[in-house]
Design a protein around this ligand. Structure first.
Ligand code: GLA
Length: 699
């Protein structure tokens, strides 16, 4: 049984004992006959309770109290449409009517595999499951290097690269409503030594699950590694009824024998084709008002801000938090959440008026919502205390002054669906939604789930998906940004329903270089929203150049820009319009890592290798610094390219980003061969300076 993509294979075989073994995972062998020579060593999906002494993939207690499971091969089916082949391997317990179907969907040209399992049984009553992994994967190497990411609010994606020790290393979260605030559901793992962008065998993976996740990396007595991925089973014993299916989330992963760069490009391609809603479609540039006004605005100010958006040249104005609630007006984050009626003081003419005004001014209108949450000071809280997750006999526990609605309750699902649907049907011009989720679960208890409290974290996420599924039937392409108090929700489970996500509230230009660098290993630029704001002390040019490497937007008061800054921003947006195809759909090459030098350099190249854009961000190099030339990648050696610096600020010394004489940037012509073997010197050698270089084939 070979799960195969263009360059990789994951191979299984059945032993004499009828157990299923994973015998290979890596770069495809030239001759398939060679797989037969591999030893049967690692049981593919190890159950607990019988002869296994390591972390199990699955553990359950049967109706008679027997706490063991044995899984034997029961058949295999494959289905293929050419590019996507799904292999389903059935495993069965010989004594108990329990079945596990291991699913592998292989995306041939993208070199990505999704793996998940479906568990079911025909015992008389529910069985209790305490472990239910999406996948268990085995690797053999001398050493294993894990790159994982941790952080907190505004500190997303801080990397740690570490060799794995013998024993179990767990990376997990226990948040319920989102995957991340302290740990990200993403990892890179390389064999033998840390991978570079262009060398090393490396795996990049994300569990497609918008809730508590768990990765166990276990090295055994033979120095073999098993990677167990899935929903975090902590406090989440699951009672599975007879004939019901427990479908685990998918682990999305890729294997590259040529370093992290290729692994990232694989995931990007897969995500655009399969992983993100409308991944090959268009996106809107926007002006958000969150940092420009916070909660303090009214109709008049907003319509003035529309003029700013138009003047700047973005497609859409995004109205953020603070527009709703009347009894407890949403004038700060302590009140009103849950009461989704426009605030009559701030918006006397309602949302429809704003949509109309925006349309008159030639821009689209979008809106922020956080429909899964409630402030105790709200009418919703007063009317429906039973809809709220909170423990009996304990004080309410708040985070950002709010509580979580009990999405497992179908009435609450209906409330959330209806609130969004009503808003969209009553204001048909709404062209964009930012969907936020600012809280995790603490002190949680569902009155709806009664004695099945341990189902809460799992059922919550399924309920969230159910609502999104329903909304997407009615609004299949409406752009919706996924946001969660910064980047708490950044996973391929949710991105099926969302067109983009907000990676962090931290928009400081320098911080963003690192944050965006890390996200770019897993997510394509079209999905990562980067806004130019007034966080950070870098020049406007620097913050603009940084935002441009993804889906660009603004969160500033346009009226406060100097004429020079406004002109620069308008022309940057025009450049973006020309380059967005390359940025959104091109191949990403990460040339210089900000962890290796005092700068980050990356470039995108379109499929025809005729148009490319390079971004260079200096960090804090020492005085009189001179960086070495950068060798480009991904171009065609025989083509001739025009290389030209763009996004320059007139009247500025672009090497300093400071007032001064601006030397003209002369376009030069080079062959792709020259650019990739010799490279080019970039103009930004000074601290916190940046450069954008457009590279265009000369025909
Ligand atoms: C979260 C988001 C911000 C903003 C605020 C509004 O923190 O990440 O971008 O929308 O909520 O309250």
């Amino acid at each position: 049984m070979v799960v195969e993509t263009d360059k990789t294979s994951l191979v299984f075989a059945v032993g004499q004992n009828k157990k299923l073994y994973q015998i290979y995972w890596g770069e495809k062998l030239k001759s398939a006959a060679d797989y037969a020579k591999l030893p049967l060593q690692q049981e593919a999906y190890m159950p607990a309770g019988t002869d296994n002494l390591f972390e199990p993939a699955i553990k359950m207690v049967h109706n008679d109290g027997n706490p063991s499971l044995e899984l034997l091969f029961g058949g295999v089916t494959t289905k293929s449409d050419g590019n996507v082949t799904t292999t389903i391997i059935t495993l069965k317990d010989p004594q108990y009517p329990v079945e596990v179907k291991l699913h592998f969907a292989a995306y041939y040209s993208e070199n990505v595999v999704k793996s998940w399992s479906v568990i079911s049984h025909r015992e008389k009553k529910a069985v209790e499951m305490t472990h239910y992994a999406s996948s268990m994967l085995h690797l053999n190497a001398g050493q294993y290097w894990l790159t994982h990411f941790h952080g907190d609010w505004a500190k997303e994606m801080r990397r740690e690269v570490t060799p794995l020790p013998n024993g179990v290393t767990t990376i997990d979260s226990k948040l319920g409503t989102r995957a991340n605030i302290y740990r990200m559901p993403l990892f890179l793992l390389s064999k033998d030594c840390p991978a570079t962008e262009t060398t090393g065998e490396v795996i990049a993976a994300n569990l497609a699950w918008t809730g508590s996740f768990r990765y166990d990396f276990e090295i055994d007595n033979n120095n073999s590694l098993r990677i167990i991925s899935g929903i975090n089973h902590f406090g989440s014993e699951y009672w599975l009824n007879p004939n019901e299916e427990f479908v685990t989330p998918e682990l999305v992963f890729t294997f590259s024998a040529n370093g992290t760069g290729e692994a990232s490009r694989n995931l990007h391609r897969w995500a655009r084709n399969w992983g993100i809603l409308d991944g090959n479609g268009d996106r809107l540039t926007l002006l958000n008002n969150w940092e420009a006004t916070y909660f303090t605005f009214d109709e008049e100010l907003l319509t003035q801000l529309f003029d700013g958006a138009k003047n700047l040249g973005v497609d859409l104005f995004l109205l953020d938090d603070g527009w709703f609630a009347n009894k407890y007006p949403r004038n700060n984050d302590g009140t009103g959440l849950g009461d989704w009626q426009p605030n009559v003081k701030k918006l006397p003419h309602g949302l429809g008026y704003l949509v109309e005004k925006a349309t008159e001014k030639g821009i689209k209108f979008g809106i922020w919502i956080e429909p899964e949450m409630v402030n105790p000071k709200s009418e919703l809280y007063e009317k429906h205390p039973e809809w709220i997750l909170k423990l009996p006999n304990r004080a309410e526990n708040y985070y950002r002054n709010q509580l979580v609605l009990d999405l497992t309750n179908p009435e609450v699902q209906e409330f959330v669906y209806k609130m969004v649907d009503d808003m969209l049907t009553q204001n048909p011009g709404i062209a964009f939604i930012k969907w936020d989720c600012n809280r995790m679960m603490t002190n949680s208890y569902s009155t709806y789930l009664k004695e099945k409290q341990s189902h809460l974290q799992i059922d919550y996420v399924h309920s969230f998906y159910k609502i999104m599924e329903r909304l997407r039937v009615k609004y299949p392409t409406l752009p919706i940004m996924l946001c969660s108090g910064g980047g708490g929700r950044s996973d391929y489970g949710a991105l099926k329903y969302f067109t983009e996500f907000w990676p962090s509230d931290n928009t400081d230009g320098l911080e963003r270089v690192f944050i965006q660098w890390e996200y770019s290993a897993f997510f394509p630029a079209i999905a990562v929203c980067n806004h130019i704001t007034t966080w950070g002390k870098q020049s406007l040019k620097y913050r603009t150049d940084v935002a441009m490497m993804g889906k660009m937007g603004y969160d500033i008061r346009v009226a406060e820009l100097s004429p020079e800054e406004l002109k620069f921003s308008q022309s940057a947006l025009q450049n973006y319009e020309r380059l967005k195809e390359v940025i959104w759909r091109g191949d990403l090459y990460r040339l210089i890592s900000p962890y290796n030098e005092e700068r980050a350099v990356l470039m995108y190249v379109d499929a025809a290798k005729s148009h490319s854009v390079l971004f260079s961000y200096a960090l804090n190099p020492r005085s009189f610094n001179q960086f070495a030339a950068v060798r480009l990648q991904g171009l065609a050696p025989d083509k001739i390219y025009k290389v030209e610096e763009i996004n320059r600020m007139e009247g500025r010394d672009n090497a300093q980003h400071a007032p001064g004489p601006s030397k003209p940037a002369e376009a030069q012509h080079y062959s792709g061969d020259y650019l990739m073997k010799v490279g080019i010197s970039l103009p930004n050698n000074n601290p916190l300076t940046s450069a954008v270089i457009e590279i265009t084939e000369v025909k």
